[in-house]
Design a protein around this ligand. Structure first.
Ligand code: PLP
Length: 379
């Protein structure tokens, strides 16, 4: 047993947080930390956003839970709002609770509908820790997978290898699953040419294209989804994290031809589509739209690109606020030093990428704070 009764599965950052306001966290010893990580891309509106909090309180008093068996106006409104926000012809929504669960369901549908047995994923991918999502996660088998075998055949496509698309995506493939901008890999934009090639090859081969926008979606790139940014419409899209901006929820969005194959009982979940989650999903989309946050992300991401190649940073990669600062020295050291300057950033699977997952409400002055901190560090 551990002293705090918690499973000892997370390395703990040296940070004793008591609360948060706006883009800042406050620690027990009174430090004010600029949070550019947002709990793995979740806190997209920062902390204590007045409208988010008001909706949480109002919905919790009105009706805190009913399952999907009970039709709710707020659920219909959230699905409609999300489908319109995505604008990709993905007009049917299945709400669930986590990114892994959304991916699990997307993969299950693709395998069932096509009747095929193989899935192609991309090197560097992260799709979650469950049986199917873990099977398409790069390196999981060696690190933590734990299940005796994957539930279907998996092949990994080398990033950027356009020639491999035709070779790997054939008539045995049920689905290709890809993060348009890979998160855990270190903010790696797969790029329009690869995504477009995957789209057209999937259509030719009768395979489904699943875009995992659990981390890069919901406005993080400065567009509703990275699929929008790259002009590539998948058959299914999954999203979570910023979707509730702190309220745990996820969604699987489907094109009509996928939804047409669904019948009662094909998918299910207890918590997904609950009224609290749905009220907050509706509110998050509304806040992103009415507060002009997509434009803010695009503008400040540009400011980061133009000003933050200083100190140990040699380049900026990724898209929007899924930003990778490529560092000359180990990213872990730079992350620790930034924390010493009261800035919280993340790392990634790439030992030379510091990952920034800033809240969409960031302001120019905060980017200046980041630039000044980086400039003060040894190159
Ligand atoms: C791209 C991507 N997909 C899926 C997941 C899994 O989401 P969850 O932890 O909510 O299951 C993550 C989590 O980091 C992710 O980044």
């Amino acid at each position: 047993m551990t002293a705090d009764h918690l499973a000892p599965v997370y390395a703990q950052w040296p940070l004793d947080v008591v609360d948060g306001e706006g883009v800042f966290l406050r620690t027990r010893d009174g430090r004010q930390i600029l949070d550019l990580y947002g709990g793995h891309a979740v806190a997209a509106l920062g902390y204590g956003h007045a409208r988010w909090c008001a909706v949480l309180e109002k919905q919790s008093r009105a009706l805190l839970f009913q399952s999907n068996a009970v039709p709710l106006e707020v659920r219909k409104r959230a699905a409609t709002k999300l489908a319109h926000f995505a604008g990709l012809g993905l007009d049917t929504v299945f709400f669930c609770s986590t990114g892994a669960e959304a991916n699990e369901n997307a993969l299950k549908l693709a395998l069932r509908i096509t009747g095929r047995r193989k899935v192609v994923a991309i090197e560097g991918s992260f799709h979650g820790r469950t049986a199917a999502a873990g099977a398409v996660t790069w390196g999981a088998a060696e690190k933590w997978y734990g299940f005796p075998r994957p539930p279907f055949e998996v092949e990994f496509l080398p990033r950027g290898d356009l020639a491999a698309v035709t070779r790997l995506v054939d008539a045995d493939v049920a689905a290709v699953i890809a993060e348009p901008v890979q998160g855990v890999a270190g903010a790696v934009d797969l790029g329009q040419p690869l995504l477009a090639a995957l789209r057209s090859r999937c259509s030719e081969a009768g395979a489904m294209l699943i875009l995992d926008e659990v981390q890069c979606g919901m406005g993080r790139t400065g567009y509703p989804f990275a699929a929008t940014m790259h002009g590539v419409a998948p058959d299914m899209l999954t999203t979570a994290k910023a979707l509730g901006a702190g309220f745990p929820c996820a969604a699987l969005l489907m094109a009509d031809h996928v939804a047409a194959q669904l019948k009662t009982d094909d998918l299910g979940t207890t918590f997904g589509g609950g009224p609290m989650a749905c009220a907050l999903i509706e509110a998050v989309v509304d806040i992103i739209e009415t507060d002009g946050l997509l434009a803010n992300v695009r503008k400040l991401a540009q400011q980061i690109r133009e000003t933050c190649v200083v100190g140990p940073v040699t380049a900026v990669q990724g898209a929007g606020f899924l930003t990778g600062l490529r560092t000359r020295r180990p990213a872990k050291d730079v992350q620790r030093e930034l924390l010493g300057c009261d800035i919280l950033a993340g790392t990634s699977a790439d030992p030379h990428v510091v990952r920034i997952l800033a809240p969409y409400v960031l302001e120019e002055v905060h980017v200046e704070q980041l630039r000044d901190a980086l400039a003060s560090l040894p190159a």
